[in-house]
Design a protein around this ligand. Structure first.
Ligand code: GAR
Length: 211
């Protein structure tokens, strides 16, 4: 199905830093490769460079410093209020360095996506690139998945593989993975926009991509 026949996804993107994944979404929307609009970008850090990318693209931004909230749940409640107020229907965690709670997940059931810099279930959690180097794997990559109540668990939508080279350090590896993250994230959103992503019911909850 061509993008013009699809209902555009109304996205809210949560960031904590540079926001290159946000940039990939904005470029794909701008180029007409992704049937979506970014209604709101929220950062938990006031100095996140991604806020400037959003502003440049004319996208509304909001800063919610997590330290100002007494609990993760109260922080997530503020996220939900802002996202709902902006009319967001799908939430993308794009380099968002906070663990989310059921407060966010219940407000957007099977509609919260995360991009992680490893081939899950390998290397969940913090600094997956350094974990991969420390383990000595020869291949790693990235994963776009629906978020569930675990940390970097949840149904996998798209994965991309990259080699780990002999002279890699954390930064060279992270850069190579990031290029693939940008592709994988846009691809996952394109599949969702085309109505091709189905989370199978039942305990295993795998993603089936319709042809
Ligand atoms: C990306 O590598 C993303 O996968 C990672 O942070 C980076 C953000 O880059 N996220 C996590 O590690 C979350 N567990 P960006 O701000 O340039 O999109």
């Amino acid at each position: 199905m061509k993008p013009e026949h699809e209902t555009p996804l109304k996205l809210g993107v949560l960031i904590s830093g540079s926001g290159t994944n946000l940039g990939a979404i904005l470029s794909a929307v701008e180029a007409g490769r992704l049937s979506a609009s970014v209604a709101l970008v929220i950062s938990n850090r006031v100095d996140a460079f991604g806020l400037e990318r959003a502003a440049k693209a004319g996208v509304a931004t909001k800063v919610l410093p997590h330290r100002e909230f007494a609990s993760r749940e109260l922080f997530d409640q503020a996220l939900v209020s802002a996202l709902k107020e902006a009319g967001v229907e799908w939430v993308v965690l794009a380099g968002f360095m906070r663990v989310v709670t059921s407060v966010l997940l219940d407000a957007f059931p099977d509609r919260v996506l995360n991009v992680h810099p490893a081939l899950l279930p390998s290397f969940p959690g913090v600094d997956a690139q350094a974990q991969a180097l420390a383990y000595g794997v020869k291949w790693t990559g990235c994963t776009v998945h629906f978020v569930d109540s675990g940390v970097d668990t949840g149904p996998v939508i798209v994965q991309k593989v990259v080699p780990v080279l002999a002279d890699d350090d954390r930064d060279t590896l992270a850069k190579r993975i990031l290029v693939e993250e940008h592709q994988a994230l846009v691809e996952a959103l394109q599949l969702i926009a085309a109505g091709r992503v189905l989370v199978e019911p039942g305990p295993r909850r795998r993603v089936r991509v319709r042809p």
